[in-house]
Design a protein around this ligand. Structure first.
Ligand code: ZN
Length: 385
């Protein structure tokens, strides 16, 4: 099937929006043409709208009341709803849990790959269990483990591991980092007390990413910059950030942008079961979480953050507002950057031969329409019914 969408297209060469039209043929982008076109010169006429590559989400624990770690079969339901927020592919994220739980989740999600309606699954992000107990955040300390190669081999055998978060300072962590990097897995540093030097060691072993920069790591200190200071100053290491206004102060979002630039950041939601749901009580990896209108927290004395209820389209709008970046730059942080991190050859850019994964945004940055591999998946008839 052939479709032609007219609007302001993200120009891959200049990273700016320009009027034009994009031709979709079957599952792929066939061509882009620049200039002003009339309503009769395309199948979809949106001259006021912005047309961007589909968003790629690297960290999402669940949504719609479901938790991927304990209910991995819910990836089908969540994949069906994610196009509403512009997400066209994602890494369901499994967090620290008993080995039987995370190995089962990897297998179930592996079996779901290629079979979801709506958003596509790219693989699994496993966050834990090799994390530092002092920076565990919401991760249950009972299930944290020390790194070991045989455990990692069991993980690789169980399912499609694509991204692995580990604290690089733990004993034998560098062996695990090095091994996974050789297996083509993106290794990320996080939930960690790593010093600046330990971060460099982790990076040299093959870690190229940091999980939710600033959250669950040593704070930036003038004599010990830690993981955060190392990542801010190392252009080779990219960083995920949660821009919900709760996890990071707006000024810290700006600091991250000014240090890393648009090429160095990746927006994630870290969303949990309460995403897309009314306030109430939900679960994250078997723990009770209280969700209000803005945040998700454990019911303990300090109210430990337990993921978020952020959506990726809102993260883009927040990023623009707080960092001063352009819409095109914020979109790069959920398209081209994650595609490069995962070595995706046909996603994250509007260029010929790439997958026809598109998001149409209105002037306010709200998602109007989403296409996955040339199919309109939002709004769709089932959701409108
Ligand atoms: Zn985390």
């Amino acid at each position: 099937m052939e479709q032609i969408v007219i609007g302001n297209l993200l120009d891959d060469a200049t990273s700016q929006f320009r009027p034009g039209r994009i031709l979709l043929e079957g599952t792929h982008i066939a061509a882009l043409e620049w200039g002003h076109f009339g309503p009769g010169e395309g199948s979809l006429y949106r001259p006021e709208s912005f047309i961007a590559p589909g968003f790629i989400e690297l960290q999402i624990n669940g949504g719609l009341g479901y938790d991927f770690t304990t209910q991995p079969e819910a990836v089908f339901d969540v994949a069906a709803i994610l196009p509403r927020w512009g997400v066209t592919s994602f890494l369901p994220t499994i967090i620290t849990s008993p080995a039987t739980t995370y190995l089962h989740a990897l297998a179930v999600i592996g079996a779901a790959m290629g079979r979801t309606e709506g958003t596509q699954i790219l693989g699994v992000h496993l966050e834990g269990p090799f994390l530092n107990p002092h920076y565990r955040g919401v991760h249950n300390p009972a299930w944290l483990q020390l790194p070991a190669l045989e455990k990692v081999k069991a993980i690789l055998d169980a399912g499609p591991l694509r991204l692995f978060t580990i604290a690089p300072e733990l004993q034998d962590a560098t062996k695990v980092i090095n091994f996974l990097q050789q297996q083509g897995v993106l290794v990320s540093m996080g939930h960690s007390a790593a010093t600046y030097e330990q971060t460099l060691t982790g990076h040299k072993a093959g870690a190229l990413y940091a999980t939710h920069l600033f959250n669950a790591m040593l704070p930036l200190h003038q004599r010990e910059p830690g993981l955060a200071g190392a990542v801010l100053t190392l252009p080779e290491v990219k960083a995920g950030i949660i821009v919900d206004g709760i996890h990071l102060h707006p000024a810290v979002v700006k600091l991250a942008y000014q240090s890393k630039g648009a090429v160095g950041l990746n927006l994630v939601t870290d969303a949990m079961a309460g995403m897309g749901m009314p306030p109430g009580r939900y679960e994250l990896s078997g723990q009770g979480v209280k969700v209000d209108k803005e945040s998700a927290r454990l019911d303990n004395s300090v109210g430990t953050l337990a993921g978020s209820i952020l959506t990726l389209d809102r993260a883009i709008r927040n990023m623009q507002k707080w960092s001063g970046c352009s819409l095109a730059e914020a979109i790069q942080m959920v398209t081209r950057n994650p595609a490069q991190l995962l070595n995706l050859e046909r996603k994250g850019r509007l260029v010929p031969h790439y997958d026809a994964d598109l998001v149409v945004l209105d002037r306010e940055g709200e998602v109007e329409m989403t296409f996955v591999k040339g199919q309109q998946v939002f709004p769709n008839l089932r959701q409108l019914a």
